[in-house]
Design a protein around this ligand. Structure first.
Ligand SMILES: NC(=O)c1ccc[n+]([C@@H]2O[C@H](COP(=O)([O-])OP(=O)(O)OC[C@H]3O[C@@H](n4cnc5c(N)ncnc54)[C@H](OP(=O)(O)O)[C@@H]3O)[C@@H](O)[C@H]2O)c1
Length: 233
């Protein structure tokens, strides 16, 4: 156990991040999850029943010092860092044409600055382990949606993944963009509720994350787009 791989997941107290944390724990990883709500984090880590292998850290993914500190704490607590998953993200339902700009700052900083901060502060540790960076983007980062700023943040994530891959592949670090379609999580609570039709489960998206993290040494899976059957765009 003391030598088992260590993965840090931002936004890991619920939804896709929490499902990925559980899967990785099942596969023998130690896991650090971050989130902003201490109680939610505690509920999640308690529910894992593996206090020796899971650590919850309060950290806003868009806060420079908090991200740096989370990476340092993860490395110190478990002695190594093998993978980071930039998963924390949120959306607003409105349009750049007539929406409410006061809600955009938090979304843009979490979805775009957040992953960049995580990469910045984990790159050195991941070079040491020849580790992996996984970015949770979205189908919305591959298609155009009229007026949608959330989608634009995910286009940024699509670009960041390949820009990062080109910077770190020579150092032995892998980079994977996981771009999910609609999934059944709390993500939709602020968007007026779940959309109609079949949704992926958080566990189904998490399978792709765990698969990317657990690729054999030397293999770099770069882009995975995963939709529920029946999602046309
Ligand atoms: N669900 C979908 O249909 C879908 C589709 C495509 C892509 N995605 C992407 O998948 C990722 C995960 O979403 P989800 O569906 O699992 O949503 P979720 O159920 O709402 O979970 C989001 C998690 O991120 C945390 N979080 C949010 N903002 C944060 C911040 N600034 N700093 C730290 N933690 C933060 C939340 O905890 P706290 O609020 O306590 O911080 C929560 O644990 C997001 O990047 C989302 O854009 C989701």
């Amino acid at each position: 156990m003391t030598d088992s791989p260590v993965t840090l997941i931002t936004g890991g107290s619920s939804g896709i991040g929490a499902a990925a944390a559980r899967l990785l724990l099942d596969r023998g990883h130690r896991v650090v999850v971050t989130g902003r709500d201490r109680e939610r984090l505690d509920r999640f880590t308690r529910s894992c029943g593996r206090p020796e292998a899971v650590l919850g850290l309060t950290a806003d993914a868009a806060d420079h010092d908090a991200v740096r500190s989370a990476v340092e704490t993860a490395s110190k607590r478990f002695g190594r860092l093998d993978a980071v998953v930039a998963n924390a993200g949120s959306a607003t339902p409105d349009s750049v044409i007539d929406g409410d700009p006061t809600r955009w700052r938090e979304m843009v900083l979490t979805n775009v600055l957040g992953p960049a901060l995580l990469i910045r502060h984990s790159a050195e540790a991941l070079r040491a382990t020849r580790g992996r960076i996984v970015l949770v983007g979205s189908v919305a980062g591959f298609i155009h949606t009229p007026g949608n700023l959330y989608g634009a943040t995910k286009w940024a994530m699509t670009g960041l993944a390949e820009n990062t891959r080109r910077a770190v592949t020579g150092h032995g670090v892998g980079v994977t963009l996981i771009a999910p379609g609609r999934a059944d999580t709390g993500f939709w609570d602020s968007l007026g509720g779940r959309p109609d039709g079949l949704l992926l489960t958080a566990e189904q998206v998490a399978e792709s994350i765990a698969w990317a993290v657990c690729q054999p040494s030397g293999v770099d899976v770069n882009t995975v787009v995963i939709r529920p059957i029946g999602q046309p765009v």
